[in-house]
Design a protein around this ligand. Structure first.
Ligand code: UT7
Length: 387
C-alpha cells in the first residue's frame, strides 16, 4: 500500500450502441403517442435497440475493448472489471464475469454494481478507490444496459424513453490534482416503488401469473421521478464541487444522465451553468440507463468538448432511488490519444452547435441526420455477436 492516497484518472473511454434505430415515428405506430409529444416532453428523437441475440455483456464488451485500446492497456493487465447494469445477462453469473472472460482479463476480479441509472457513478467511485489506495493499478469500469428487453412495449409512459448502449472507461493512477477529485453517492430506498421491475426476483419469482401481468417489465411513476430528479441533480453537482473546493464557474463540461432534456436544463440552471457547457446526446440515444454517462463522455471527448485540464462534472439519478455525482479533472496533456488534437474544442462552433428541441444544448449533430453512418463511424457495430 502507498503511504498516501493516489489520484485515479480516466485514461481510455469506449462506447457502443446497437445498430437498430427506433424513431419517434416508429413509436407512433406502436402506441398512442406522437413525435411532438416525445420531443417536447423529453428531447428524445430516436434510440438504439439491441438485436435479439445481443445481451448487455455484448454491448459492454465492445465498449470495453475500445476503452482498453485507447488506454493502451491489455486485458491481462486489468486488476478489476466492474460493470454497472440494470439489465444483466442473467441473475448470475455477474455480467462483469462474462465481460472479464470474453476480454481475457485473466488476472482481474469482476463484479456488477446495481444502482439504477446512477450505476456508472457508483462504479466509477468504487473503481477509483481501488486505484487511490494502491489496491489496483488498472481498473475497467463499464455501464451497460439493454432495457429494451425489459420494457412493456404497450406502455407509452416508459417505452418511449429507453434505449440500449454501453460505455466503458479505464482507470489508472494519474498525477496529483487530476482524475477523480470528489464524488457523492446518495440513496433513498423509500422511493423504490416509483421505478421497479417487480417480478423475477425472490419476492415475486417468475410464474405464469407474473408473466401474464407483465410484472417482468419496467413500472414507473414518471412524474414523481421527474420531480425527484429536478431536485437532486443540481444539488449533487454542487456537492461534488463543494467537496473539491471548485466553483461552478470553473466547470468545463457537465455530463448529466441523459434522461430528459428538461431535467438536464434544470440541473444546469441550478449550477448557474449555460447550456453551452452541458453535453446532451439523448436525442439520439434516449435514456440508456447505466450507459448514459460513459457514452456521453465518449462523445464529448470525440467532439472536442473536453479539453486537457478541464473540470468535468458527471451527475445521475435513477431507481433505488439513487443519485450521485463525480468531479473529474481531465489530464493535463494528451495521453494515449484520449484527446485527439484535430477535434479540439472550438468555442465558437461549440456554442453554435445544433440543439435537439429548438432549445439549447451541445450536440455534435453533424452526424445525427444519418444515424447509420454515425454508428458505423463511431462504434464497432457488428463486432459482437456476429451481427
Ligand atoms: O433514469 C430514470 C428513468 N426515469 C425517468 O427519467 C423519468 C422521468 N420522468 C419523465 O421524464 C417525465 O415524467 C415523462 C417524460 C415520463 C412524462 O412527462 P410528463 O410531462 O411528466 O407527463 P405526465 O406523466 O405528467 O403525463 C402528461 C400527460 C398524461 O395525460 P393526461 O393525464 O394529462 O391526460 C399522460 O397520460 O401525457 C400523457 N402521456 C403521453 N402522451 C403521449 C404519457 N406518456 C405519453 C406519451 N405520448 N408517450
Amino acid at each position: 500500500m502507498p503511504e498516501t492516497l493516489r489520484y485515479a484518472g480516466i485514461v481510455g473511454v469506449g462506447a457502443y450502441a446497437p445498430q437498430r434505430v427506433l424513431t419517434n415515428e416508429d413509436l407512433e405506430r406502436m402506441v398512442e403517442t406522437s413525435n411532438e409529444w416525445i420531443l417536447e416532453r423529453t428531447g428524445i428523437r430516436e434510440r438504439r435497440i439491441a438485436a435479439p441475440e445481443q445481451a448487455s455483456s455484448d454491448l459492454a464488451l465492445a465498449a470495453a475493448r475500445e476503452a482498453l485500446a485507447q488506454a493502451g492497456v491489455a486485458p491481462e493487465e486489468l486488476d478489476l472489471v466492474i460493470v454497472a447494469t440494470n439489465s444483466p445477462d442473467m441473475f448470475f453469473p455477474a455480467t462483469a464475469c462474462l465481460v472479464q472472460d470474453a476480454l481475457g482479463a485473466r488476472r482481474a476480479g469482476a463484479f456488477d454494481v446495481s444502482a439504477g441509472c446512477t450505476g456508472f457513478i457508483y462504479a466509477l467511485s468504487i473503481g477509483s478507490q481501488f486505484i487511490m489506495t494502491g489496491a489496483a493499478e488498472k481498473v475497467l469500469v463499464a455501464g451497460a444496459d439493454s432495457l429494451s428487453k425489459m420494457v412493456n412495449w404497450e406502455d407509452r409512459g416508459t417505452c418511449i424513453l429507453f434505449g440500449d448502449a454501453a460505455g466503458a472507461v479505464v482507470l489508472e493512477p494519474v498525477p496529483e490534482g487530476y482524475g477523480v477529485l470528489s464524488f457523492c453517492l446518495r440513496a433513498d430506498g423509500s422511493g423504490g416503488p416509483l421505478l421497479t421491475l417487480p417480478a423475477g426476483g425472490s419476492r415475486l419469482p417468475a410464474s405464469h401469473e407474473t408473466v401474464d401481468r407483465k410484472l417482468h417489465t419496467i413500472h414507473m411513476q414518471g412524474r414523481e421521478i421527474f420531480k425527484f430528479a429536478v431536485r437532486v441533480m443540481g444539488e449533487v453537482a454542487l456537492e461534488v464541487l463543494r467537496k473539491a473546493g471548485v466553483g461552478p464557474e470553473r466547470v468545463g463540461c457537465l455530463i448529466p444522465h441523459q434522461a430528459n432534456l428538461r431535467i438536464i436544463e434544470a440541473a444546469a440552471k441550478r449550477l448557474g451553468l449555460g447550456m453551452d457547457r452541458v453535453f446532451v446526446n439523448l436525442d439520439r440515444y434516449g435514456n440508456t440507463s447505466a450507459a448514459s454517462i460513459p457514452v456521453a463522455l465518449k462523445e464529448a471527448l470525440d467532439g472536442g468538448y473536453i479539453r486537457p485540464g478541464d473540470y468535468v462534472v458527471m451527475v445521475a439519478f435513477g431507481t433505488g432511488l439513487t443519485w450521485g455525482g463525480a468531479l473529474v479533472r481531465w489530464l493535463p496533456e494528451e495521453r494515449r490519444g484520449i484527446l485527439p488534437t484535430d477535434r479540439r474544442r472550438n468555442p465558437e462552433s461549440f456554442s453554435k452547435a445544433k440543439f435537439p428541441v429548438g432549445g439549447r444544448g451541445i450536440l455534435p449533430t453533424d452526424r445525427r441526420r444519418n444515424p447509420e453512418s454515425f454508428s458505423k463511424a463511431k462504434f464497432p457495430v457488428g463486432e459482437v455477436c456476429g451481427c
